[in-house]
Ligand binder design. Sequence first.
Ligand SMILES: Nc1ncnc2c1ncn2[C@@H]1O[C@H](COP(=O)(O)OP(=O)(O)OP(=O)(O)O)[C@@H](O)[C@H]1O
Length: 296
Amino acid sequence: MNDFLKVKHLNMKIGKRKILKDINFSCRKGHITGLIGPNGAGKTTIMKCILGLYPYHKASIILNGTDIKSSNILNVGIGALIENPSIYPFLTGTEHLVMYAKDKNCIEDIVQALKMQSFINKKSKDYSLGMKQKLGIAIALLDNPQLIILDEPMNGLDPSSTYLLRNLLLKLAKQGITILISSHILSELEKIIDDVVMINNGKVILNVSKNKLEQQSQSTLFLSTNHNDKALKVLLEQGFKAQESNGMIKAFNISSSNLNELLAVIINNDIRLLGLEHKENGLEDTLLKLIESENN
Ligand SMILES: Nc1ncnc2c1ncn2[C@@H]1O[C@H](COP(=O)(O)OP(=O)(O)OP(=O)(O)O)[C@@H](O)[C@H]1O
């Protein structure tokens, strides 16, 4: 597997408090990794350590095969937006981009891609939250970075800008750019990420591809049969979690591995299936359950 970024044994203390506890994860080249977790979990701190904004000592942060140290971070082609973008109120958007860009030729494409033409030449003191956020994202995309780190980039973006950003990130990933992104909007993140790294209380509790997570995710099955009482009885006898609900049988925690088994129980007991509805739990549900179970 072609890992573009590897974080190994990252520990970090602020004062006496351990903020990060042996963080290990990788980001595949040309893939989008979602860094997720509850408030205060340590996501921003991880991003700041990768960027050399917080010191780390024994950890290895390996970018494209080379261990980067905080000191040479500026030379390794990372674009980032962490927390609120640093914006100077009396400069226009264009002046910011010119100031930050080494290669001025890339500016126009980025402005167009993020549809910033209508405000890019106005002073940023007059920008809305979403306009400032777009400018911050634009700054992160300057100079064709090979790794893009975005901390809550959807903050303040309206639905059409969110859509624009989503498609832009997917396009960049297709071009081979590696992206690490955090967001609390899991339903939005779900649409773009390939891999999930979940942080809770300064530790990695999950590092898996989205496909694998989807396979593991459980769902609820609604069954309508010619003999609901009998169906419920045999399902419960066979250890399924089920209950009667509005004239249907509601079976919980159904995954690809036990779905066939459930159907076999119904059929082998001479019960006729009249209707079947499968309600998938989305990534959001699966992850929320995971955090809940970690915290209990
Ligand atoms: N400069 C600091 N001084 C003291 N504590 C800090 C500092 N920066 C972060 N922390 C603490 O480190 C922990 C992790 O914070 P971090 O900002 O990385 O979390 P997060 O996962 O990004 O949260 P959120 O989703 O709310 O942005 C928190 O408990 C926070 O209080």
